[in-house]
Design a binder for this molecule. Structure first.
Ligand code: HEC
Ligand code: HEC
Length: 343
């Protein structure tokens, strides 16, 4: 009698248990959940934990009149000695804020010795230039004006040219009581540059919770970017730009070349042996549109650059699959400027 009762209870109970294990979905308890990628395919979304990359902060509040004045100065060739080169000649905003050449050409056809970095999001950098020799965007602006291989001019020359322009006189006076001066020119340009942020990269949208905005490959590329340790240097809101590191910590990148002065990096600023070949870690925002790569422009494509990073910064030969997926991820870092994704 007792046995029969137990049996009557046990059968439906185990049926219920089976039903629970095999049929009821368990999303809530598993670390991986199924979601739908951009291509419509189902894929496993791996939870990465605390993100080493932060979304771009909101654009800073800037005085619109200063931004407009800085924009005009940035595009004005009168900042160069021969009135032919503007900041935009080497930092073309329709070319990702660069000139897409290995080395830039300044006045009289002079060719520089380092690759022009992008001006987009430069306001996030700890310091400016590959070797960090300028502490701020204001301080940076004096560099190209005086560089004989870039604009080959001087503040005196620029100020006297701009003072002849009544429109400049009036616009300066509206925002700076003391009118046209080197400090005000630099400040206006720097203010314009701070407006050059590129929000809404697909990766930022992903970080903000749009989990379906990345394809399976792009997400897997991000996972490998983190797992291989790229984020030990390319991290934060700029995905770079917030620290200095040696180029070649796991191998001598300069071994088979004759290093130039520019290859010495931050050593040129501090004179310290430990700073030889140390450079500011560049931002990877919009990196898909700023080829060629590295301070010496030696990597023509992103694929080349990622391979070099694997070898010299991580001490590993990345597999072809690793490189392909990481490059796919890097393409998700292109943001918008004036409402359009940078191309
Ligand atoms: C002839 C080309 C050329 C011109 C003209 C030029 N630049 Fe550059 N710019 C470069 C190069 C090359 C570098 C990198 C130099 C270095 O790191 O030593 C650079 C670096 C910079 C950086 C630092 C970015 C970073 O991530 O470190 C900023 C900002 C910048 N330029 C803004 C300007 C402004 C503003 C002007 C006009 C006043 C200007 N540039 C004119 C070629 C140019
Ligand atoms: C130890 C620090 C460190 C690590 C780790 C690291 N990088 Fe870099 N990365 C740098 C530095 C420094 C540079 C600039 C080198 C130079 O040009 O002098 C750079 C440059 C780059 C560039 C070129 C950007 C440009 O605008 O020229 C890319 C792309 C890049 N890294 C991707 C990666 C990837 C992908 C990984 C992981 C496989 C990685 N990095 C790991 C420090 C690092």
């Amino acid at each position: 009698m007792r046995l029969k009762r137990l049996f009557l209870f046990a059968v439906p109970a185990s049926a219920l248990l089976l039903l629970y294990v095999f049929i009821v979905p368990h999303d809530a308890n598993t670390p991986e959940s199924v979601s739908r990628g951009q291509d419509g395919a189902q894929f496993l979304e791996v939870s990465i934990g605390r993100e080493p990359i932060l979304p771009l902060p909101p654009a800073p509040q800037l005085a619109p009149e200063k931004v407009a004045l800085g924009k005009r100065l940035f595009h004005d060739p009168r900042l160069s000695h021969d009135n032919r080169i503007s900041c935009a000649s080497c930092h073309d905003l329709s070319k990702g804020g660069t000139d897409r050449s290995r080395f830039s050409t300044g006045i009289n056809g002079a060719v520089g010795d380092v690759n022009a970095p992008t001006v987009f999001n430069a306001g996030l950098n700890v310091a400016q230039f590959w070797d960090g020799r300028a502490k701020s965007l204001e301080e940076q602006a004096a560099g190209p004006v005086h560089n004989p291989a870039e604009m080959g001019s001087s503040w005196d020359e620029v100020v006297s040219k701009l003072r002849k322009d009544e429109e400049y006189q009036a616009s300066f006076r509206r925002v700076y009581p003391d009118g046209i001066s080197p400090a005000n020119i630099a400040e206006a340009i720097a203010t314009f540059e701070r407006s050059l942020t590129t929000p809404n990269a697909r990766f930022d949208r992903y970080l903000r919770g749009e989990k379906n905005v990345l394809s399976r490959d792009e997400l897997e590329g991000y996972r490998r970017f983190v797992d291989h340790g790229c984020t030990s240097c390319h991290q934060g809101a700029g995905i770079g730009g917030n620290m200095f590191q040696r180029f070649g910590i796991m191998g001598d990148f300069f071994k088979d070349r004759s290093p130039t002065r520019a290859d010495q990096g931050r050593f040129n600023v501090t004179g310290l042996e430990e700073d030889r070949h140390v450079f500011k870690v560049p931002t990877l925002r919009n990196v898909a549109v700023t080829s060629p790569y590295f301070h010496d422009g030696s990597a023509r494509t992103l694929t080349d650059a990622v391979r070099v990073m694997g070898k010299y910064q991580l001490g590993k030969g990345l597999s072809e699959q690793d490189v392909r997926l990481i490059v796919a991820f890097l393409h998700t870092l292109s943001g918008e400027w004036q409402g359009e994704v940078l191309k």
